[in-house]
Write a protein that binds this ligand. Structure first.
Ligand code: MGD
Ligand code: MGD
Ligand code: SF4
Ligand code: MO
Length: 725
């Protein structure tokens, strides 16, 4: 028998009649793949491929990227602004002037009646950076509410806060090239092959060349865990204990990098007192990883020479999220693994432009990583925009997760949501529903009209999606990359930056601040403001970014390329230039399983779906793989409960209940269920969302539930309704 194929018969990609390929950066995850969108002779987008010369993805794309051209004509898009006096009346279509006037009048009415901060704005990580900067100008410079934040509080806030506490500034110090130099990689709470498939591919390629150890810390046996040399199935919410214990071992065995610590760090003494209490035997009782394994992992990491850690939501979405990030930074500081090739802390970012909003949206401060709390920063921006400095507050206002409770108390009366869908994505859906119902005015600005949150809105503003407009995104490794305008938005949908600029005209300061007409002019403003800052982009412009398929910041004027790594010179952003090794005692405030709610509830993502499925739920090639909400449950636990594979069950938490289909799998331990959060009225009906004290990020991944039997017929009907799109 012949081994392999006697006759070569390669898979032929259907000829879609592409006449032209246009460049765009992917609009899903923060990997930041460079794509090319194929247009046929009528100019219709018909195909997508990875851009061959791009540093990030080298011609590859994952399933979401490869079908991205189908977004443009997907169902449910908003094509006209809509208005209604209250939520029970029918929507009326409006022209843009009417819709913008109505929105501006409502903002002014609410601010005049209840105070400036009584109208809140919550945005996203999915607009173009130029749009974020424009929204910041509008919000901070014209409307003047301090209750302004983004959905990044559900996502990257713990990473931001941990970076600021350790290094003095936000900004991931590492890059994908580090995979090619590291001798040990430790991943915390990240399912890289599913959530960032192309970063995973880069890592896999690097390991095929040099087989360095991969250690994956995740309570589930994810695909990533299956690829690991060592999998640590940690007790949820206790990564901090493992990290403190690793530090304990490193100091006890004198494996720390003394020279690096002495030259570049401070506060090591208090830290020593805390880690003294984390001997592996004691830590094992809390984090569920045996003491020998803790020692092995600590030694492997510290002796590697160059070692790196990556992490995602398993760390960030926890009441110890910010401490978890700071503890990862501690690990790298004590082993001298910051700013060197293959030695780094690298948060794997979430949304396509969660980095752009951190840098330029002014959500948590002012543009270019400036702070409201800093007099000089306020003055610089006020002067640049041409407004009075005292228009700015002197401290940051509420984060997204505090804005919703402030609506409950009546402190906030109006809300403008830009590109986020809290009815599905926020914890405790029943509470969010009641909160939204209390608003005197809810504005939803989304490219899809049929998102769940629109049901609670008074005003709907239709936005252009992804490559229906041109501008930049920043990816996980600080690479600024370009999205070209591929096609026109449907109907009267408009790019978000246009909506913000038009809104600004309706406010007094809107006549003082310049709102340019094009994103390349907006980019020029950002370039000016970035000079000398950590996120310096003065050496970039749109054309140069495309030529290089993305450029990393800092990239200063006159420099050909940007820096690959931050802090290589050991100069950190705290006042004295030192990094802080922080003392991080662990206090167990997780919602632990008990007799009434005996299972851990874990939640996260699937490779084919993106968030609340507003995009992927409508693309057949994506939705068909996971059209139905389900939960992973361990077969032993299911057997004990008498639950069969494919049976519907009712889950109950202290917040509410949800009906889901049981999928029996050893991916989860016996005392845990895992539910993807992509489906409306599902896992977030159950989640608690206790907040991290520093980042205000919800602990989406740690709650407890019980499992009950349910009527199968009724459940099947409910399930069919949930699948509808
Ligand atoms: N296909 C797809 N890709 C995406 C997205 C998407 O929706 N779909 N979203 C993007 C966004 S915005 C984000 S933020 C990222 C998220 O990317 P990831 O964080 O990789 O994805 P999640 O599935 O949310 O969570 C990752 C893992 O955390 C584990 N975990 C839970 N609790 C703990 C814990 O206490 N400790 C540890 N160590 N691990 C724990 C879970 O078991 C899960 O396997 O993905 C991005 N990429
Ligand atoms: N239980 C649980 N809940 C979670 C998580 C979890 O792991 N578990 N993860 C959390 C995380 S990390 C995240 S990031 C959040 C995500 O939460 P959301 O931000 O609510 O998620 P999306 O579904 O991406 O919502 C974005 C909306 O913006 C719209 N949109 C996209 N592009 C544009 C644009 O260019 N302009 C306009 N105007 N609209 C646009 C989309 O149609 C969509 O309705 O969910 C969080 N919720
Ligand atoms: S890995 Fe992320 S950026 Fe790359 S194609 Fe897939 S979804 Fe897009
Ligand atoms: Mo996210």
């Amino acid at each position: 028998m012949l081994f392999g194929r006697a006759v070569r018969n390669p898979v032929k990609i259907a000829d879609k009649g592409v006449k032209e390929w246009k460049y765009a950066t992917c609009g899903y995850c923060s990997t930041g793949c460079s794509l090319e969108i194929g247009l046929d002779e009528t100019g219709t987008p018909v195909s997508t491929r990875g851009a061959a010369g791009a540093d990030v993805n080298r011609g590859k794309a994952c399933i979401k990227g490869i079908y991205e051209h189908e977004l443009f004509r997907s169902a449910g898009r908003g094509t006209k602004p809509l208005l209604r006096p209250n939520r029970v009346e029918e929507w009326q279509t409006a022209n843009w002037d009417e819709a913008l006037d109505k929105t501006a009048n409502e903002i002014k009415r609410i601010q005049e009646t209840y105070g400036r901060d009584s109208f809140a704005i919550v945005s996203t990580g999915q607009l173009l950076t130029e749009e974020f900067y424009t929204l910041g100008k509008l919000t901070r410079g014209c409307i003047g509410t301090n209750n302004y934040d983004g959905n990044t509080t559900l996502c990257m806030a713990s990473a931001v806060s941990g970076y600021k506490r350790s290094f003095g500034s936000d900004g991931p110090p590492g890059c994908y090239d580090d995979f090619d130099h590291t001798n040990c990689l430790m991943a915390f709470g990240s399912n890289l092959p599913e959530q960032h498939p192309i970063i995973y591919w880069r890592l896999k390629e690097a390991r095929e060349k040099r087989n360095f150890p991969l250690i994956v810390v995740d309570p589930r046996v994810t695909m990533f865990a299956q690829m690991a040399d060592i999998h640590l199935p940690i007790t949820p919410g206790t990564d901090l204990v493992l990290l403190n214990s690793m530090a304990h071992v490193i100091f006890k065995e004198e494996l720390e990098d003394r020279d690096y610590i002495n030259a570049n760090c401070e506060q090591a003494n208090e830290f020593m007192e805390v880690i003294e209490q984390y001997a592996p035997e004691a830590a094992a009782k809390i984090c569920g990883i045996d003491s020998d394994t803790i020692r092995l992992v600590a030694r492997t990491y510290a002796k590697a020479g160059a070692a790196m850690s990556i992490w995602t939501m398993g760390i960030n979405q926890s009441t110890h999220g910010s401490d978890g990030v700071a503890a990862i930074n501690n690990l790298n500081l004590i082993t001298g693994n910051i700013g060197i090739k293959g030695g780094t802390s690298l948060s794997i970012t979430g949304q396509c432009n969660a980095m752009g909003t951190r840098e330029w949206s002014s959500c948590s401060g002012l543009p270019g990583y400036r702070y409201l709390e800093n007099d000089q920063d306020r003055k610089e921006i006020a002067d640049f925009w041409g407004i009075e400095e005292d228009f700015f507050p002197e401290a940051r206002g509420l984060s997204e997760t505090d804005i919703f409770p402030a609506i409950e108390t009546g402190a906030i009366k109006g809300l403008w949501l830009v590109a986020t869908n809290p009815m599905t994505s926020m914890p405790n859906t029943p509470r969010i529903r009641k909160t939204l119902e209390k608003l005197e005015c809810l504005v939803v600005q989304d490219c899809y009209q049929d998102v769940e949150t629109t049901d609670y809105a008074h005003i709907f503003l239709p936005g252009a999606i992804w490559a229906e407009k041109a501008g930049v995104f920043t990816n996980t490794e600080r690479r600024v990359n370009y999205v070209s305008k591929i096609t026109e938005p449907p109907g009267e949908a408009k790019p978000d930056f246009w909506i913000f600029s038009e809104m600004a005209k309706r406010f007094e300061n809107g006549s003082k601040i310049n709102f340019p007409d094009t994103t390349s002019e907006i980019f020029d403003e950002m370039r000016e403001l970035s000079r000398g800052r950590l996120c310096d982009i003065s050496g970039m412009n749109h054309e140069k970014i495309v030529e290089n398929a993305g450029l990393q910041w800092p990239c200063r004027e006159g420099e050909e390329l940007g820096d690959q790594r931050l802090y290589s010179d050991g100069a950190f952003c705290h006042g004295n230039g030192k990094a802080k090794i922080l003392a991080l005692p662990f206090i167990n405030n997780n919602e632990l399983p008990d007799d009434d709610y005996p299972f851990w509830l874990n939640s996260g993502r699937l490779v084919e779906h993106f968030h609340s499925r507003t995009k992927t739920g409508k693309i057949g090639n994506m939705n068909k793989f996971h059209p139905t909400p389900f939960m992973e449950i361990n077969p032993d636990a299911a057997h004990e409960l008498g639950v069969a594979h494919g049976e519907f069950v009712r889950l109950v938490s202290k917040r509410g209940d949800a009906v889901v289909l049981a999928q029996l799998t050893h991916r989860v331990p016996r005392n845990m269920v895992f539910i993807p959060f992509h489906f409306h009225e599902c896992v977030n009906r159950l989640t608690l969302g206790l907040l991290d004290p520093y980042s205000r990020q919800p602990a989406f991944k740690q709650a407890s539930v019980r499992i009950e039997k349910t009527d199968q017929k009724q459940a099947a009907k409910l399930n069919a309704e949930m699948r509808e799109f």
